[in-house]
Design a protein around this ligand. Sequence first.
Ligand code: SF4
Length: 215
Amino acid sequence: MTQKERYAFVLKYFEEHAPNAETELIYDNPYQLLVAVILSAQCTDKRVNMTTPAIFAQYPDVYALSRATFDDLFPLIRSISYPNNKTKHLIGMAQMVVEDFNGEIPATVPELIKLPGVGRKTANVITSVVHHQPNMAVDTHVFRVSARIGLTTNAKTPLQTELQLLKHIPKEKVHVAHHWLILHGRYICVARSPKCGECGLRPACKYYAKLIKAS
Ligand code: SF4
């Protein structure tokens, strides 16, 4: 199977089986999504979704959050990984959005990555989920699944994975492909023991082909 055929198979499979894949983070607007994505670093979406309702109730918009003190916000974040840093990042992010962006969450990657707690991955998530821009956020699931299937070759960093995926995935499909790969990694192609027996991508998967060859 050529690389072109592999991509075609994988994209067609996901289009048929998960046409409306979307983030599992619960949010109502770009502000809430940005807070949730910052909190989700090294943490499950499930845990974040348990935490955000209290934050959004107390801080309904970026202005409210920009006025929070560390001691106000920290107790609401305590149960999440890295609560110290995330508390500082959220307040810093809100202050910068108010001061430098008129209270509007920026809509471009270069602007977003200026905000505290926002790296390339988070900026790619926000711009692809909110604005459907063709930006591919590479988290641990996207990195692993892409490598196993063979969508990437010798990618050593998330950036290399991102660039290889963007070369092959049509622009209009990038924003949903991000969710396809994440959800596949979360539920089927899991880190320790991928559930190949349940996976419809077997005919295109390099990892599976090697498994079969070795057995
Ligand atoms: S066949 Fe196995 S390794 Fe390949 S994508 Fe599916 S679950 Fe992952």
